[in-house]
Design a protein around this ligand. Sequence first.
Ligand SMILES: [Mg+2]
Length: 252
Amino acid sequence: MPPRSSPPKAVFIDLDDTMISAYAKVHEHWTEVLHEHAHHLEDQAVPDVRDAIMEASRVFWSDPARHRHGRLNIELTITNIIQDGLSQVGLKQDRLAHHLGDHFAAHRERKMHLFPGVHETLDALRAAGIGLAVVTNGPARSQRPKLTRFELADRFDHVLIEEEFGAGKPEPAVYEHLLATFDVDPSEAWMVGDHLEWEVAAPQRHGITGIWCNVHGHNVPDHHAHVAPDHVINGLEELLALLGLDPSDEKA
Ligand SMILES: [Mg+2]
């Protein structure tokens, strides 16, 4: 890592589940949504239907190529995953899948929130003269509104959304573009995010410092056991301690 006396010139930061709570509580969200629709589930118990949908989801998203296509067509993808899950427990109801998909999306939207200290951290980093980019995968129609809703867009020098840019993490083009945009050497850049491959291992292959932001306190999954983050933080505000900055620096 760079010594504290030479802080990064640019910090690239993931959005979902790094700055805002977005997708990590899927188990809890499905439990709540299915309980509200229990009367549509025939004889199936909510936990069984939930587990079937979550297993269908796990299988779908485990393939990187499918993941890329699926996240850019997210509404259709979620409906298809729900249909798969429902059919596993003998519920072949396309209308129910659409209905649950809409309800799940609305439920998750309502539950989204900014993590504490994010605005203060970004403002302190900017006040210290560090260039900031938000780097998020997915379509503009889902990611842009979140940047506006949580008052994040104006806090960044550069916004990179996968669909708009034409490539997403962990593709090399993303990191090459970020380094060129800020005109920095990889040793002068940090990437921060909750995904150990996309935001730690991938940028490290370019020489960028990879920081794992483990807000939800997850264990390292077996398939990422080989990844060695340069730092692990439990929330974005811990960047300030790594850099020897204080939140009040924003007022300086
Ligand atoms: Mg994320």
